[in-house]
Ligand binder design. Structure first.
Ligand code: PEP
Ligand code: MN
Length: 264
């Protein structure tokens, strides 16, 4: 179902009445890794909206590598995201970590995120395939492109065709960056599938210094959008502070992206 052999024209995934992903416009999703407090998510939402982002990101259920790390505010976090949406008008993307809480997350979210650690959780993929919400599917950290497309297939074969793929970096021998953002996956996927593809240079690099250059490179490689971690106070973030942009740096990156779009 995801194959270009089945459907030649690129899919455009509707998110709200006025926003879709996969068209001509580059879509930017931005916000903190985790929702931490009302003050933090509202400040983040206002800052990313002001800079021109289209979607607010924020994790309420966090799939942490260590069980002792912050696990998220759960439903309280979803409520805070909804509040931020009411205030700014930005639709929200947030992660769903298991089939049991998928419907709860879908009551609040505009886009359901499947994280890298769950990219082959087939029960979860089938569950979101049965829901009527767009799904942002991240590539697993050790997944081939073919396996990535098969995970999309698990969602689509349950009836949900609104799948957005996300390249977020893979495990390689390199340790200078947290992951290796596989830019070549973007043109390869463009050749194989009609689904839109966005890039996540935040998780792809793990270091805020490298986020903007890799964002520009992903756009040059043909990405339909970006997902970027932005935090008002990265030094004190509950998760992923080292890769989070401060609002001013994010705004500069957005201005540069607009210049590239004008030049194109
Ligand atoms: C996230 O988006 O914060 C996240 C946990 O990402 P990934 O699943 O790509 O590691
Ligand atoms: Mn994160």
């Amino acid at each position: 179902l995801a194959s270009k052999e089945v459907k030649k024209e690129s899919s455009i995934i509707p998110i709200t009445d006025t926003l879709s992903i996969g068209g001509k416009q580059l879509i930017v999703m931005a916000g903190p890794c985790s929702v931490e407090s009302e003050e933090q998510i509202i400040a983040s939402a206002m800052a990313v909206k002001e800079a021109g982002a289209h979607v607010l990101r924020g994790g309420a259920f966090k799939p942490r590598t260590s069980p002792y790390s912050f696990q998220g505010l759960e439903e309280e976090g979803l409520k805070l995201l909804a509040k931020a949406r009411d205030l700014t008008g930005l639709p929200i993307v947030t992660e769903v970590v298991n089939p049991e809480t998928a419907e709860l997350v879908a009551e609040y979210a505009d886009i359901l995120q499947i994280g890298a650690r769950n990219a082959q959780n087939f029960a979860l993929l089938k569950k979101v395939g049965q829901l009527k919400k767009a799904v942002l599917l991240k590539r697993g950290m050790s997944m081939t492109i073919q396996e990535f497309l098969m995970s999309a297939e698990y969602i689509m074969s349950e009836g949900n065709q609104s799948v957005i793929l996300c390249e977020r970096g893979i495990r390689t021998f390199e340790t200078a960056t947290r992951n290796t953002l596989d830019l070549s996956a973007i043109p390869v996927l463009k050749e194989k599938t009609h689904l839109p593809i966005i890039a996540d240079p935040s998780h792809g690099t793990g270091n805020y210094h490298y986020v903007a250059p890799m964002a520009y490179a992903a756009v040059a490689a043909g990405a339909d959008g970006l997902i970027i971690e932005v935090h008002p106070d990265p030094e004190h973030a509950s998760s992923d502070g080292p890769q989070s942009l401060k609002p001013a740096k994010f705004a500069r990156m957005m201005a540069q992206l607009r210049l590239f779009a004008e030049a194109a």
